[in-house]
Ligand binder design. Structure first.
Ligand SMILES: Cc1ncc(COP(=O)(O)O)c(C=O)c1O
Length: 341
């Protein structure tokens, strides 16, 4: 029986499954800073294997995962290329500048996709006046573009331009499993075009805490050291790593339900007159409720009256489907909204 979680704000709100809670309880623990925690070691091993990479690193959050990966790829004063609305650039508190002393060069994507020609044009030539460009960051699925899944061909095109310019490639794959499920490909097919991947365990995969960074051994070794520097060396972390193992081994196929539910939600809202502004490919529906004359306050109150959490801002909001929301819940929500409209 799935515990209900009627909350559209994000898939970060997901709560662990009963099996995950049981796994935490039974976890055999050790001190992970000494490399002694069997659950963490297994999570890092299995995570790396699933992505076809040499090594893995368990970190506290997606933000920490991106930070340690980017730090491991770069040196102070380098320039890195990112999509203009990417989470790393917009939503990670400027950590690139603060911790890495990095310059950010942004590119306007179309539905989260950067044109490789724009990437090529953004790479600095060798000139005494310029910082060296050393890293390309990609986001898949792309959150603010609407949960868009960048295709394997697009990933390859990034790799090609990166290789031509000797750049490392880091993937913010907070929701990379959503991308793989939506595209119907193995996540390895996406990951093979990048050096490092940060993947969140605590979003649609429903683990309570944490992310993994996977990649080549030497980069993961450096990232491990940065994790320690940032205070992310956890001790008996197996208690949170054990649910992570279930997340990556058992919770991936289920994401297809979230994607199907997002489509039901989008179609239902459109019928009611609420505008869906993104192409719904995965678990996100971005809406504009101004066509029905509602403000954010009207929306938030309607949702609260129906027993749902949602956070309207201005004339719209993002609705995210996830573990704890089932199709019948969505249909009930749509009926409720239709009546209020
Ligand atoms: C694309 C993307 N990257 C990174 C993160 C950061 O993850 P965390 O909240 O675990 O720091 C998020 C969080 O929502 C995200 O959407």
């Amino acid at each position: 029986m799935v515990e209900k979680n009627l909350d559209f704000r994000s898939d970060t709100v997901t709560k662990p499954t009963p099996e995950m809670r049981e796994a935490s309880y039974k976890a055999v623990l050790g001190d992970d800073v000494y490399g002694d925690d069997p659950e963490v070691n297994e999570l890092e091993r299995v995570g790396a294997e699933i992505f076809g990479k040499e090594a893995g690193l368990f970190v506290t959050s997606g933000t920490m995962g991106n930070a340690v990966a980017v730090l491991a790829h770069t040196q102070r004063g380098d320039e890195i290329i990112l999509e203009k609305k990417s989470h790393i650039y917009v939503n990670e508190v400027g950590g690139l500048a603060v911790m890495g002393q990095l310059m950010s060069r942004t590119i306007d994507g179309i539905k989260g996709h950067m044109d490789p020609a724009d990437i090529q044009a953004a790479v600095r030539v060798d000139n005494i006046h310029f910082p060296p460009t050393t890293l390309l960051c990609i986001e898949n699925t792309h959150n603010s573009a609407g949960g868009i899944a960048l295709t394997v061909d697009q990933m390859k095109s990034y790799r090609d331009v990166a290789n031509a310019n000797n750049l490392g490639v880091h993937l913010d794959g907070a929701r990379v499993f959503n991308a793989a499920v939506a595209l119907g490909v193995d996540v390895k097919d996406i990951a093979k075009h990048v050096d490092t991947v940060q993947l969140c365990l605590s979003k649609g995969l429903a683990a309570p805490v944490g992310s993994l960074v996977v990649g080549p051994q030497d980069i993961i070794d450096k990232a491990r050291k940065y994790r320690k520097m940032l205070g992310g060396g956890m001790r008996q972390a197996g208690i949170i790593a054990a649910p992570g193992i279930i997340a990556v081994t058992e919770m991936v196929d289920r994401l297809a339900e979230d994607h199907a539910n997002a489509k039901v939600l989008a179609e239902g809202l459109s019928k009611i007159g609420i505008k869906v502004v993104n192409e719904v490919q995965t678990n996100m529906v971005y809406v504009d409720f101004s066509p029905i004359g509602w403000t954010a306050e009207d929306w938030n109150k309607a949702c609260a009256d129906l027993g749902w959490k949602s956070r309207g801002r201005g004339t719209g909001t993002r609705l995210v489907t996830h573990y704890g929301i089932e199709e019948e819940d969505i249909r009930g929500f749509l009926e409720g909204i239709a009546k209020l409209v």
